[in-house]
Design a protein around this ligand. Structure first.
Ligand SMILES: NC(=O)c1ccc[n+]([C@@H]2O[C@H](COP(=O)([O-])OP(=O)(O)OC[C@H]3O[C@@H](n4cnc5c(N)ncnc54)[C@H](O)[C@@H]3O)[C@@H](O)[C@H]2O)c1
Length: 323
């Protein structure tokens, strides 16, 4: 291995954002260590990279203490330059039905990962964490980075917030820089969950007699494409930062897209003819935040603007769906 090769650890590498990140990273001459246990991620998302000498994959359940000998051997006498911690439960509803899901896959994954990397840091190690707008809960307006995130209304949001907290103390105590990105709804190519994933699966299920949409269809949220989220994170971590912990709300700051609009786009894509039923409910489920919009002034001031509107991000992701 060349001396100046960067060592990059990506958790959740087989997921939607992780696999998009891997695609971008692998073309550079880095050594990439990927971890996933395929809770939601798919083997096919990383299949074509597995033969690359720059990519080492480990099937590890991060909700438990890391004891895999091979990864310890690979990192013996080496330090990690960048950690991208993406592994989490990303299915918010699942975590509402069973809080253990977010305790294990959203919080313990963070806790165990931090313990694992503690002896593998260097002075310039950067820790990147994909948090969520869910840490804010159902606050309607002008959510900026200075507002304390204390009103989460999902176990997912709470366990993301707990992860943010432990990353903060870890960064301070170990003298590394961390970057917490609160993401909006992210769509992309290898979807593993979310509104497009759910609705397109239901539309293609021959056993379903009609399409049941969760909520009244008026839920309206901003969306960004995974490729732009990654671009934005690259841009940000390459800027100089003085603080050991840095928070950013990132994503498109427009009026968002209604669920009804997404249903119509999918209806056209799949030429869906069956009846569509909406519920008489503002939320898709208890814990859902039906409308939100947060301030992206800080990231815009740093010089990054999302070029795809929420509607364009949704359209792109639907175009990328396999028929
Ligand atoms: N997609 C979004 O809308 C969105 C919004 C805000 C934040 N985020 C965060 O961004 C990150 C990536 O999101 P995504 O959309 O790619 O989700 P994803 O579900 O596609 O990817 C997460 C990956 O983590 C893996 N994972 C889960 N538990 C694990 C465990 N115990 N051990 C090892 N691997 C485990 C899953 O198998 C999956 O491949 C997540 O942390 C998510 O919470 C996503």
């Amino acid at each position: 291995m060349k001396k100046n090769k960067k060592i990059i650890l990506i958790t959740g590498v087989a997921g939607m954002i992780g696999s998009e990140l891997l695609k971008k990273m692998i073309i550079k001459n880095n050594l990439i260590i990927g971890i996933d246990n395929f809770t939601l991620g798919k083997k096919q998302n990383i299949k074509k990279y597995k033969s690359s000498k720059n990519f080492n994959f480990y099937n590890i359940d991060l909700s438990k203490k890391i004891e895999n000998r091979n990864i310890f051997k690979l990192l013996q006498k080496k330090s990690i330059d960048e950690v991208w911690h993406l592994a989490a439960n990303s299915d918010i509803q699942k975590g509402i039905l069973d809080p253990n899901v977010d305790y294990r896959n959203t919080f313990m994954t963070t806790y165990n990962l931090l313990n694992f990397i503690k002896t593998k840091l260097n002075k310039k190690t950067k820790f990147i964490f994909t948090s969520s707008s869910a840490v804010f809960g159902d606050i309607k307006n002008n959510i900026n980075e200075k507002i304390p995130a204390l009103y989460s209304c999902s176990n997912y949001g709470s366990m993301k917030l707990a992860s943010e907290a432990i990353i903060s103390s870890f960064s301070y105590l170990n003298n590394i820089k961390s970057y917490i990105f609160r993401l909006p709804n992210v769509v992309g190519k290898n979807l593993t969950h979310g509104v497009i994933f759910d609705l397109s699966n239901k539309m293609n299920d021959k056993k379903e007699k009609f399409l049941q949409v969760l909520g009244n269809g008026e839920q309206c949220k901003p969306y960004s494409h995974a490729s732009e989220i990654i671009k934005c994170i690259f841009f940000t971590i390459n800027k100089k930062h003085q603080k050991f912990i840095n928070y950013y709300n990132i994503g498109q700051n427009d009026k968002g897209v209604r669920v009804k609009t997404i249903v119509n786009l999918l209806k056209n894509k799949f030429k869906y003819k069956k009846k569509i039923k909406y519920q008489n409910l503002k939320q898709g489920w208890k814990g859902d935040v039906p409308k939100y919009n947060y301030s992206t002034r800080k990231i815009n001031k740093l010089g990054f603007k999302f070029s795809l509107s929420s509607f364009e991000a949704i359209k792109k992701s639907i175009e990328e769906l396999k028929l």
